[in-house]
Design a protein around this ligand. Structure first.
Ligand SMILES: Nc1ncnc2c1ncn2[C@@H]1O[C@H](COP(=O)(O)OP(=O)(O)OP(=O)(O)O)[C@@H](O)[C@H]1O
Length: 238
């Protein structure tokens, strides 16, 4: 049985259909990558899976039970880093990680937090407040929060964002190690190398054009008249 099962997910915003009939499975020890154009609906899937958004239709099952992100069972299983990095302005880097680890009653929390600070090269910044970090360091802090807590499913939205080359190498190795440890991973990414190195399955999200109701049959592009070349659009001037 898959750890995460998504069936028939639909998400509409007013008249606009972003997702329709979207399904996927993620098994323990496997990674599924969501790919697709900007606005295709990847973050929407991840937000529904983490309970940050509510699908218009469909079911989401985590380890055989309907997803309820408020339940202790679900919170103990699901670690996520989405797009909206949200930090407490008055808590330092190390205080953030301590808080997460202690909230999840992690044994040897100090040791784990130290290890993760070293691993993410944040150890020299552990006393800083989030707003004093670089954007890449803030991203590292957000990722660090997922690794100082228990987890069976990791949900990541473009985890490669703002990471430097060393950070990308670390991320790739870490996600592969997480899989070896039996974690299920669902992530959205625009980084083809990361997807190729980590994903066991790649799911293309898209089809419904945002802002419009989903067409039942896709419109065919008009054919150019036979013998004539297609007229080129005039270049726009600034
Ligand atoms: N709260 C909302 N209200 C209206 N439309 C929304 C809302 N949230 C998302 N959308 C629309 O849903 C579509 C899908 O957005 P989403 O963030 O899931 O795309 P994405 O595939 O993650 O894109 P990107 O690659 O740019 O991160 C977009 O067109 C977006 O404008």
């Amino acid at each position: 049985m898959a750890l995460l099962e998504v069936r028939g997910l639909a998400r509409r915003f007013g008249e606009a259909t972003v997702l329709e009939g979207f399904s996927l499975d993620v098994k323990a020890g496997r990674a599924v990558a969501l790919v697709g154009a900007n606005g295709a609906g990847k973050s929407t899937v991840l937000r529904c899976v983490t309970g940050a958004d509510v699908a218009t239709e469909g079911t989401i099952t985590l380890d055989g039970a309907p997803l309820d992100e408020r339940s202790a069972r679900c919170r103990a299983m699901l670690a996520s880093v989405l797009d909206d990095l949200d930090f407490f302005p008055d808590l330092s880097v190390v205080e953030h990680l301590d808080l997460v680890a202690r909230a999840h009653a992690v044994p040897d929390a100090d040791e784990l937090v130290d290890d993760v600070l070293h691993e993410l090269r944040l150890i020299g910044h552990s006393g800083q407040l989030p707003h004093t970090l670089s954007s890449g360091q803030r991203r590292r802090l957000a990722l660090a929060t997922a690794f100082v807590r228990p987890r069976r499913l990791l949900v990541l939205d473009e985890p490669e964002q703002r990471l430097d080359t060393e950070g990308l190498t670390w991320l790739t190795a870490r996600l592969r190690a997480e899989k070896r440890d039996g974690l299920a991973i669902l992530f959205a990414s625009h980084d083809q190398d990361l997807v190729a190195a980590v994903a066991d399955q790649v799911v293309e999200v898209g089809g419904a054009e945002p802002g419009r109701p989903t067409p039942t049959t896709p419109p065919k592009p008009p054919k150019p008249p036979a013998g004539k070349s297609k007229p080129r659009p005039k270049p726009r001037r600034r």
